[in-house]
Design a binder for this molecule. Structure first.
Ligand SMILES: [Zn+2]
Length: 466
């Protein structure tokens, strides 16, 4: 007898969609079969997915829980964020430790893992390590040990010299280069937030001289050229070192082009889009409380967003993330100028359904491509594929039943982050996750939390697959 059978569904992988039943025992997928094949064996619980898709549990490769890069940007706890993720079909999230300057890298990773474990998140998680500021040589030397401990990805910033709202995170190219030498050698991957600080500095000075310091000019202060310039520099370092490179939250058409050129030239690069960058426009900064709509890099005009959609569909972009960094509204509204503005959006819960609705329902994106972008590729790139990101015997039983016909409107009352606002309130999606299963435990079913609490486990990463 199985623990769980999901029957009558269309089971999707990044390659195909097949009419299959899924049998689960002891938290693992143990068999896939024709519809009805496992009826004779039976199960403690049966979920009928007739007319629906069964997709791998979402892997959100970029979220920030329990992080404070400044007194303003204080993120929600992993319990709250993981709960919101499960409601939205994300069963594994990848969070970040933070080492600043002289901080010991091994300790920063260890203390993040310990504090996350002690808070007992509801979903499974992996970890990236942020390495920020002017860190010493010792830090690069510690990367091998961190990789061996299952944290294989290191994130750097080419911007943020330090303001009240965002804090100082920037590292110079020499340090990022030295990190790439390590990730190349030891089976890791270097992630970079790409915005060129010098190009931004020029635009801030110029806009200031014109009296345009209001935050609604933030997309002019941080133009697409700034992103493209940093992307091209990082591609070059990746080319020379051979290090795998992951570019977070690509927002600009020029960056998409640079990445495609780099890949064609053999550079081991992968790149991410955020669903908030598909949705929001620079004009949103002019709405009441316009700071709500700010994340770094800033919102781009529609032609850039259309290019992101095209690149997600045709493979020039690899993953869809949320970059959840949920900040309470009072703090979010603290800064109001182009050189002092909080980033971060509340978005882990809306990632899968928004992308299904706009991509699969409205733009004819295939369900397999949806799976690739929201689960399989994030799992492969950070070394957890096989256990996560795929429905096959031996994998963790992380399953989401997606109803392509279900309509759902997000409201203050049906979102689950620890926050007092969401930019997604009032947004209607067509296609919605109606059941979320984590390691065989039904967590959310038909609008109810039915799962156990605090069962999230750390999933160590292996070698990134590009
Ligand atoms: Zn981020």
């Amino acid at each position: 007898m199985y623990d769980l059978i999901i029957t009558n569904g269309r089971v999707a992988s990044e390659h195909d969609v097949l009419p299959l039943d899924v049998a689960v025992l002891d938290e693992k997928i143990v068999a896939l079969g024709m519809h009805g094949q496992f009826d004779a064996v039976g199960a403690k619980k049966v979920i009928d997915a007739g007319g629906k898709y069964v997709v791998p549990g979402g892997v959100d490769p970029h979220v920030h829980f329990d992080l404070a890069v400044s007194e303003v940007m204080v993120a929600q706890a992993p319990t709250a964020g993981s709960r919101a993720g499960l409601w939205g079909g994300t069963t594994t999230y990848i969070d970040f430790s933070l080492a600043m300057g002289d901080d010991d890298l091994v300790e920063s990773v260890g203390s993040k893992l310990e504090s996350t474990r002690s808070q007992r998140p509801h979903a499974d998680y992996a970890l990236h390590a942020i390495v920020s500021g002017d860190w010493p040589l010792r830090t690069a030397e510690q990367m091998r040990e961190v990789i061996n401990g299952g944290v294989v990805s290191f994130k750097f910033f080419t911007t943020f010299q330090g303001t009240e709202t965002v804090g100082g995170l920037m590292s110079d190219d020499g340090r990022i280069y030295s990190a790439m030498l390590e990730t190349e050698k030891h089976g890791g991957i270097t992630m970079v937030h790409c915005e060129d600080e010098c190009i931004i500095d020029y635009h801030v000075r110029k806009l200031t001289s014109e009296g345009k310091t209001h935050f609604s000019h933030i997309h002019e202060a941080r133009p697409t050229l700034a992103e493209e310039a940093a992307v091209r520099r990082m591609l070059h370092l990746s080319r020379r070192t051979g290090s795998p490179l992951y570019i977070v939250h690509v927002s600009a058409a020029e960056s998409v082009e640079a990445i495609a050129e780099g890949r064609a030239a053999g550079i081991p690069v992968a790149a991410e889009a955020l669903h908030s960058n598909l949705r929001f426009d620079p004009a949103d900064y002019l709405l009441p409380e316009g700071q709500r709509y700010m994340n770094y890099p800033p919102n781009r005009p529609i032609e850039h967003r259309e290019e992101l959609w095209a690149a997600l569909a045709d493979g020039r972009l690899d993953t869809l993330a949320s970059d959840d960094y949920t900040v309470k509204l009072g703090k979010k509204l603290t800064g109001a100028t182009i050189d002092n503005l909080a980033g971060g959006t509340n978005s882990i819960e809306t990632r899968m359904a928004y992308f299904w609705s706009e991509g699969v329902t409205k733009r004819d994106l295939s369900v397999s491509r949806f799976v690739e972008l929201t689960a399989a590729a994030p799992a492969r790139l950070f070394g957890i594929y096989g256990r996560k990101g795929v429905i096959r015997p031996g994998a963790d039983a992380d399953l989401v039943v997606f109803d392509p016909d279900r309509r759902h409107t997000w409201t203050e009352d049906n979102l689950h982050s620890d926050c007092d606002y969401s930019n997604w309130e009032g947004w209607e999606v067509h296609g919605f996750p109606v059941t979320t299963v984590l390691r065989g435990h039904v967590m959310v079913h038909e609008g109810e939390w039915v799962g156990p609490e605090g069962i999230g486990q750390f999933i160590p990463g292996g070698t990134p697959e590009l």
